[in-house]
Design a protein around this ligand. Structure first.
Ligand SMILES: Nc1nc2c(c(=O)[nH]1)N[C@@H](CN(C=O)c1ccc(C(=O)N[C@@H](CCC(=O)O)C(=O)O)cc1)CN2
Length: 295
């Protein structure tokens, strides 16, 4: 069994991007600028945007954090998005999800300029991804592809079972694994809460990608020998013995599933850090496109 070490690979990617930024500076070019909008005080979201801003600082990107209160109205958020769309200094931005209930997430994602949509959530970019056109690929699925590639995991002709159909992970992942090329060329089953015989389907998978958010859902007896297991579930579970008062738990019963798997991602330190690294990659791409379009 080999661990797909997202922490290490994400650090390698950050070093690679930092080297690109250094070259940009030497050429006297503007460095990429990422903005992140956070509405409310959700603890996990605060951690994730904090990691995004720190990662920008580490690699030499400019960053802007826009914090808005949890009472922010949809109109106020849409006005902020318009401002960011029109700010020529910003190459790309994200709106941290989930949003408070008074705000329609779909309206918000539609309002982001597709050229600045480094999350890849705008329907224009999602459609381009599905049609194999060059675009911003959502960071978590993009990170999983990168891990599979860097560890040389064979996906051709394999049966990939994706658990969960969220717009952020499951749905795009199912499209990407079935695309032509590598990592891809896989036969994909997208499963969800209404899937019948889900245990039987999972037991036939060569590659299992679990994005359910149910701690320890995937047990050793559910996966076949030598399966590739990707754990996208990141749930905070109360644990008073820890300094932060919680621990992070994945969808996979790691101790037992790792004894059967050929490759497996840990939680923490697997897919999560890759999400940050691939957002930075998308921001670098946004900067390069922005520069060519302003020539
Ligand atoms: N606008 C977006 N919102 C959300 C996205 C996204 O891609 N764009 N994805 C998730 C949250 N997310 C990034 O935003 C994210 C999740 C997890 C991690 C991560 O590094 N996890 C660590 C554990 C960190 C901790 O909780 O202490 C790990 O797995 O090792 C980074 C980013 C939903 N919203």
């Amino acid at each position: 069994m080999e661990i797909l070490d997202g922490k290490k690979v994400s650090n390698d990617i950050k070093d690679e991007i930092a080297a690109e930024v250094l070259k940009m500076k030497e050429r006297g070019e503007k460095v990429p600028h990422l903005a992140a909008v956070l509405v409310g005080n959700d603890g996990a979201s605060l951690t994730y945007v904090g990691s995004k801003v720190r990662a920008c600082e580490r690699i030499g990107f400019e960053s802007t954090l826009v914090k808005m209160p949890s009472t922010t109205s949809e109109i106020e958020l849409l006005a902020k998005i318009k401002e960011l769309n029109e700010n020529d200094d910003i190459d790309g931005f994200i709106v941290q999800l989930p949003l408070p209930p008074q705000i329609d997430t779909q309206k918000v994602l539609l309002a982001v300029d597709p050229d600045k949509d480094v999350d890849g959530f705008h329907p224009m970019n999602f459609g381009k991804m599905a049609l194999d056109m060059s675009t911003f690929i959502p960071a978590t699925p993009f990170g999983i592809l990168e891990l599979l590639e860097r560890y040389n995991v064979d996906t051709k002709g394999k049966h990939t079972v994706v658990i969960g159909r969220s717009h952020i992970v499951g749905r795009p992942m199912s499209i990407l694994m079935g695309r032509k090329g590598w990592p891809g060329n896989s036969t994909v089953t997208l499963t969800h809460s209404h899937t019948k015989n889900i245990t039987q389907i999972i037991s036939q998978a060569d590659i299992v990608i679990s994005a359910l958010g149910v701690p320890n859902f995937l047990k050793a007896e559910m996966v076949k020998d030598d399966a590739v297991v990707i754990d996208v579930g990141i749930t905070r579970v109360t644990d008073e013995s820890r300094p932060k008062g919680y621990k992070i738990v994945g969808d996979v019963d790691f101790d037992n599933v790792s004894k059967k798997a050929s490759f497996i991602t840990p939680v923490p330190g697997g897919v999560g850090p890759m999400t940050i690294a691939m957002l930075l990659k998308n921001t670098l791409l946004a900067r390069e496109r922005h520069r060519s379009s302003s020539k």
